[in-house]
Design a protein around this ligand. Structure first.
Ligand code: ZN
Length: 412
């Protein structure tokens, strides 16, 4: 076996072969001159043979490293004329058109970036971190270009914080397939409208359930664009709203309390948030004492505790009756934050009651958000939302991006 054939075989060249190779930069770079099989000259659009117009200057493609050496593929691509597509640069079997790295490099990079911080992936691949994120962005953009969102039936909409200083992004989930289908800057109505512009009228009509928080922007957009969709307000966001109301009562009381009264109110914060199923005996004792120490906080907490029951109902009429009773009691409580909560509940009663029929929550979305937070923390933040969105699509997107690389190059 000759040396060049050995190199081709070792590096698993398929669809092309090595012609010669040499070392550069004091042995740090291995340059391999390559050639497509059967003389190439194939049109990148249709794969048919074209007529050579002329050869272009030599180009280099980065391949994965071998034993700590950077590997470069060298070739003079020819410009060809295809009978149907006109003038084009011929197809290179090892890399996508106009890519500067080989398919295999792209595959390895995508898999590394799914599993580790980009800085580490860049080190292993022997490129600068900024180069890596550029290449990554280009690959992901190329794969997602023309990708259609398909089979949306149950959607969830939520916001995530994407940078410091209260910058938010809106994320749309396919709750059935547990993946992210769209990411957009901001959390206002115009952001979410942009998403719906992506969908065809048919796709919008197909959406059956939509789950979101009580944000007017999201609710308004769903009502406008998805006429057939049943809006379900996310249970966790409703629970959070009532917890916040109770906490507000606690804060008010804390502000007005004297120093001696404050000792009785200490350590209440997390206790008031706690769900009844995780309450310990000590918690019950503290709450009993609270009944004597501060009637207002106690009353707020009681209302919250009673409201938990709502989620257990299986029949809509029973849930409706409960909600009616509960809101009347809460209104009589003379606690401002809770009355505000009641007003929200009454306004969105339909969406909250929809939970009883559908049992639909954004729990899947919360799980995905956990992964998204992990990605963010792992990278210690992102330079731009684009870079963040790239990683979201790569790790929890609706398209399996590494699987889009031609199968023969999918080796780690
Ligand atoms: Zn063609």
């Amino acid at each position: 076996m000759t040396a060049v054939r050995l190199v081709s075989k070792l590096l698993k060249f398929k669809g092309f072969r090595a012609v010669s190779f040499w070392f550069e930069d004091r042995g740090r770079d291995l340059v391999i001159a390559v050639k497509p099989h059967k003389n190439g000259c194939l049109c990148p659009e249709c794969g048919r043979r074209g007529k050579i117009v002329h050869a272009r200057p030599a180009r280099r493609w980065r391949d994965v490293r071998v034993c700590g050496r950077s590997v470069w593929l060298l070739y003079r691509p020819r410009e060809i004329r295809c009978p149907t597509h006109g003038r084009h640069v011929e197809q290179t079997p090892w890399a996508a058109p106009s890519a500067r790295v080989s398919y295999r490099f792209e595959y390895v990079m995508l898999r590394y970036c799914q599993a580790m911080p980009q800085a580490v992936a860049a080190q292993l691949l022997g490129v600068a971190p900024s180069t890596l994120s550029d290449i990554l962005h280009r690959v992901i953009e190329r794969q997602r270009q023309g990708h259609k969102i398909r089979g949306l039936i149950t959607i969830g909409i939520d916001e995530i914080s994407c940078a410091k200083r209260h910058k938010y992004a809106t994320v749309v989930y396919d709750l059935e397939r547990s993946c992210v289908v769209w990411v957009g800057r901001g959390r206002a109505r115009k952001t979410i409208d942009r998403f719906f512009r992506f969908l065809s009228a048919y796709q919008k009509a197909k959406v059956k359930w939509a789950c979101c928080d009580m944000s007017e922007a999201f609710i308004g957009a769903i009502e406008q664009h998805c006429a057939n969709a049943q809006l379900v307000l996310d249970r966790f966001h409703v629970v959070k709203a009532i917890n916040d109301a109770v906490d507000e009562v606690r804060k008010e009381q804390w502000r007005d309390a004297s120093t001696s009264q404050r000792t009785a109110l200490k350590g209440l914060r997390w206790l008031l948030y706690r769900h009844s199923t995780t309450r310990s005996r000590q918690d019950t004792k503290t709450l009993k004492a609270l009944e004597k120490a501060n009637r207002r906080i106690y009353r707020a907490w009681r209302l919250k505790d009673e409201f938990e029951q709502f989620w257990e109902y299986k029949a809509r009429w029973a849930a409706e009756a409960f909600l009616k009773r509960w809101t009347t009691t809460a209104l009589k409580s003379r606690l401002k934050p809770l009355r505000r909560f009641v007003r929200t509940v009454r306004k969105h009663a339909e969406g909250i009651l929809a939970f009883v029929d559908t049992r639909l929550t954004n729990a899947v979305a919360e799980g995905i958000n956990r992964i998204i937070r992990l990605i963010k923390n792992r990278a210690s933040g992102f330079r731009s939302l684009d870079a963040f969105a790239d990683m979201i699509f790569l790790c929890v997107g609706d398209l399996d991006i590494p699987a889009q690389i031609p199968a023969r190059f999918r080796t780690l």
